[in-house]
Design a protein around this ligand. Sequence first.
Ligand code: SF4
Length: 365
Amino acid sequence: MVQSAYIHIPFCKSKCGYCSFVSYTGSDSSLRKKYVEELILEIKAEYKSEDLKTLYFGGGTPSLTEPEGIKKIIQNISLQPDAEVTLEINPETVDKSRLTQYKKAGINRLSIGVQSFDDDILKAIGRIHTADKAIKTITDAKDAGFKNISLDFIYGLPSQSLQSFTNDLKTAVQLDIEHISLYGLKIEEGSKFFQNPPENIADDDLQADMYLAAIELLEQAGFKHYEISNFSKEGFESQHNLNYWNANEYYGFGAAAHGYTNNTRYSNYCDLKNYFEKSSKKQYLHSQTKQEKLEEAIFLGFRKAEGINTNELNRNFDIDFEKEYKSILEKFTKTKHLLKTPSGYCLSNEGFLISNIILSDFICC
Ligand code: SF4
């Protein structure tokens, strides 16, 4: 049964240099209101009224949507009493009063795009807020009553040193938040940086040093490294993302949203014209074969620090995992990139660093 929904809000004030997500600049409040109405129509058409465990507003910049709009959307969804309801926010788009209104609308978790606490770096990557504004947003969010706050950071940014990055994390720890997500800078096609690559970005070795230093620093500060890019205080793991990593089904609503229901992965129209005009918003649908589901279970399972459970895989896919993947398991346990756990296998920290190589072996074998 579906227990999660992702809602995509594809509007931003301006485009960050590294960003290749589907988001449109220059929207006005009437377009954003129209979008909320269309989202509600899509939800009414697709949603089977299951009681959801998680709801996630991602983007784009969901905090450009008025709290009233967020409230209307939430009112069309049935949530379990302890459901996790997350809103991604850009610090420049909120103040204490707006955060209080989001809380009243039903949001109980914030994911704040901080990226760095260095103003020169923020400027170089096209963020519209300063470090001070990000810090103010975090304290405002606490004052507004949020008790589950996640911060996003990027490492390997232009001119960013190992020390500057670890200083960012120390500041985050001092701010006493519950969750941190870390992403290594990747120059993706479709981003401004792809057209005009910035100078002084970290090479692979420096990115690796930053990643390993972050793990050490955050674990010492009491955070659990529970997924390749995610750290949380005990009990504050992102339930929404765990649903993805456990390969469970979820709705995706909104332009460019991806979903997985009835054994079928789908993605919605990205452009607003088609999203507004088409009666069904789904542009691509793909029914999962058993082999694809197995590969996803492996691929997503290894993202989690606990790794994969071999008994579960054997039961669900009628295989003998250790026999089927014997040579890969031997190769990477010998190099200590893979570790044996009581229930299966997981990646070591060094394994996380080359997870693409290891996982492509599992998928291509
Ligand atoms: S990184 Fe976030 S805020 Fe920046 S353009 Fe992309 S979606 Fe918008």
